[in-house]
Write a protein that binds this ligand. Structure first.
Ligand code: SF4
Length: 716
């Protein structure tokens, strides 16, 4: 808590209008949050979580969502904020939200009232920053969210097929928060509150800022103490432009900087440097409980006249943790949420379920669609080596200082430091130090299921087969009690070389899992399905590899269910491999690079997928889309780069289904990328779903009274 600040009482909704501010007795805002998503009051929605978090720390916070981008008028609705503007594109990178894996325009948007696409501009972070600068000259601008986080250094941009410089340079903002935002946003508010608009915002863990490059090649004006810290020198922007392989080096160093926890990093861009502070310390269990225990009502703000589709999928889901130890190469989660897992306590989760059940009116009781995170069965997972570090750190704290610890949420916290340099806790096999207590997770699910007013509990986030199989009894429980007719597992492929490039375990792990699933399903007399996630177009995957996968499926009489075409979104190792055509180790690989090549691979599994892109002009469609959002690149200063985006395909030809699972575990900043981030499948994937029996026989309809595969959106 800042000196002189007392927690404010939590309103029914974080205000979105002057009238709501007046009801609360606020004459001005301290912080204005601008979001590319509609406001649903759920902890998975970043503006809701951070808004309530700031209010809990005494800062009057308001939200503007999906402002028009022709003029800054919408931003002026609640007046000039006293401290700063926080800007986020939403739960999804705006380009992923707008275009499919084949660069076709999407029609729908689950985070917009009415579900229609077109409510936010392309590269929304940059456009909103320009709007905010026009609306509030002199007010510090702070970027956050998945779009800003994964674009914090030079990155590959699939939609222009080029490298783009760090987003801070295009947005011309004062600061960027990467990763989970609670600690950083609180520290920013406190510094500005105490020192005014001229406060020094550098050196806050989990942030990035621009500095001039000093003659010695390092950034100038480094914060105190940085000269004693380790750092990662990322390849310069110029080096990246000159040598494609440099993106591999940058991605590796970025992964390492995030994972080790105690290093800062920098990248030189034409005589200026983007400086990345060490990652913010992950929230402790007590802090996670405090954040998720805020009084979210799970409803859309009443200002909206049409329902926000995401609300339905959020209404019955519970976030149990953040982070994932998997480190899959196509997923940028590791450089956003990190591989450290922050879990809520059992009591907090049970309490949330109890409150949800109490609010349910009528019917047969509450069906909880999901209790999960990026990977459901990593709740309370941790590294045994980190425990030793934590124990050593705790021993170093005197009893007296332990008693005078700052209250929850105060920054800075001790950094979470590890000496481990592995890229994954689960590849090539589960690390002996990775402790993922499956029985405790199952016990939690049972405790929630047995609450009065709860009729069932499902795990929709997807589980990791290799972890579940380490404990047969837990495996039986997932299969027999919490599957809900479908269990999502992600083998991704069956060819060993491709799986190795993905940092995924061999297919034998999935096959053993399947055997166990079928046996247990028969034992409990249920018709259940495994929904295998599969991927086409991955760097290193050839057409022949896809045909092998097709034959593997055919041998089991399986119809592909969740097949996505890889999207090289910013930040992941697979994206670097896509860009330079090499493995992590620098060995050349085949890359299906053009839309035609990618679609050809995709059609090997999904013959009906899309139209041939050559019909619309080949690799990049030429005709700009029409209607609202047609010129989504927005207007305003500094938009030249954004305007050059060529991802303006004609109307999408793919009637794509989008994954309906809630965006778990995003905390400060919700997360979803084109690989897979957080708990979710990317919306960019071309996805079809049919029912496949777990025993491999032809699908049949479930009998009445038996669990049925869910249909349509909201499917669990
Ligand atoms: S030692 Fe093992 S469990 Fe710990 S961080 Fe490294 S890979 Fe993960």
């Amino acid at each position: 808590m800042s000196p002189g600040r007392v927690p404010l009482s939590q309103p029914a909704f974080v205000p979105m209008s002057l009238a709501e501010m007046r009801v609360l007795g606020w004459d001005e805002l301290d912080v204005l949050l601008i979001s590319g998503d509609a406001y649903v009051d759920h902890p998975s929605i970043a503006c809701a979580l951070l808004g309530r978090w700031l209010i809990a720390h005494g800062y009057r916070t308001g939200i503007v969502t999906q402002p028009g981008w022709d003029t800054p008028d919408n931003l002026l609705a609640m007046g000039r904020p006293r401290l700063f503007c926080g800007i986020g594109a939403g739960a999804v990178d705006s380009m992923v939200a707008h275009y499919t894996a084949f660069r076709k325009k999407r029609h729908d948007d689950a985070y917009t009232p009415g579900g229609r696409a077109g409510a936010r501009p392309n590269r929304a972070t940059i456009v909103y920053a320009n709007l905010a600068r026009r609306a509030f000259p002199g007010v510090p601008l702070v970027l956050g969210g998945i779009e800003a986080s994964l674009r914090r250094v030079t990155h590959y941009d699939f939609w222009t097929d080029a490298l783009r410089r760090p987003i801070l340079m295009d947005a011309k903002a004062d600061l960027l928060v990467w990763g989970m935002g609670e600690r950083a946003i609180f520290a920013i508010a406190r510094r500005l509150d105490e020192a005014g608009a001229d406060a020094d915002l550098t050196g806050i863990d989990g942030t990035a800022w621009m500095a001039r490059t000093a003659p010695d090649g390092l950034p100038g004006n480094l914060p105190p103490g940085y000269s004693d810290l380790a750092y990662e020198a990322l390849p310069s922007h110029q080096a990246l432009l000159e040598n494609r392989d440099a993106l591999l080096v940058l991605t590796k160093r970025l992964e390492r900087q995030v994972h080790r926890g105690d290093a800062w990093a920098f990248e030189d861009v034409s005589g200026r440097s983007v400086v990345l502070a060490p990652p913010a310390a992950p929230l402790s269990t007590e802090e996670m409980d405090a954040v998720y225990g805020l009084p979210f009502n799970r409803k859309s703000h009443p200002a909206y006249k049409e329902p926000v589709p995401a609300q339905a999928m959020l209404a019955t889901s519970i976030t149990s943790h953040r982070g994932c130890g998997g480190g899959c190469s196509f997923c940028a989660l590791a450089i956003h949420q990190t591989r450290h897992i922050s879990s809520r306590s059992r009591e907090s989760l049970i309490d949330e379920a109890r409150r949800m059940a109490a609010r349910k009116k009528g019917g047969r009781g509450l069906a909880i669609s999901d209790v999960g995170g990026p990977t459901a069965n990593m709740w309370q997972a941790h590294c045994a080596l980190e425990d030793r570090c934590a124990a050593r750190r705790a021993a170093a704290i005197s009893p007296q200082s332990a008693q005078t610890r700052r209250p929850v949420g105060d920054a800075p916290e001790p950094r979470c430091v590890t000496r481990c340099r592995k890229e994954s806790c689960c590849y090539p096999s589960v690390c002996p130090s990775f402790i993922a207590p499956q029985r405790e997770h199952v016990s939690l699910l049972r405790a929630i299921r047995d609450l009065p007013g709860v009729s069932q509990v499902r795990v929709a986030s997807g589980i990791r087969a290799d972890l579940a199989m380490r404990d047969p009894r837990s495996m039986d429980a997932y299969t027999g009690e919490f599957t809900g007719g479908q269990l999502k597992v992600a083998p991704e492929h069956c060819v060993a070389e491709v799986l190795a490039l993905m940092r995924k375990p061999g297919i034998e792990v999935f096959e053993a899992f399947l055997e166990s699933f079928v046996r247990q399903s028969r034992q409990v007399g249920r018709e259940q399905y495994v929904v295998p996630y599969l991927m086409s177009g991955f760097p290193g995957c050839t057409d022949e590899d896809m045909r092998i996968l097709a034959r593997w499926l055919a041998a089991r009489h399986w119809t592909p269910q969740q097949t996505q075409c890889f999207i090289p979104t910013p930040g992941s190792m697979a994206t670097a491999m896509f860009w330079c055509g090499k493995t992590e180790n620098g060995d050349p690989i085949y890359v299906a690079r053009t839309d035609a090549e990618r679609l050809r691979q995709h059609r090997i599994l999904m013959p009906a997928a899309g139209a041939d892109p050559r019909a619309t002009g080949g690799r990049f469609a030429k005709k700009p889309p029409a209607g609202r959002g047609a010129d989504r690149d927005g207007v305003g200063a500094g938009q030249s780069d954004a305007r050059r985006g060529r991802a303006k395909g004609g109307e999408g030809r793919f009637d794509e289904r989008r994954d309906s699972r809630p965006p778990h575990a995003r905390g400060g900043e919700a997360l979803r990328d084109g690989g897979r981030t957080g708990r979710s499948r990317p919306r960019a994937a071309h996805t079809e779903r049919r029912n496949t029996r777990a025993d491999g026989r032809a699908p049949v309809h479930a009998d009445k009274g038996r669990p049925r595969p869910a249909k349509g959106k909201g499917e669990s």
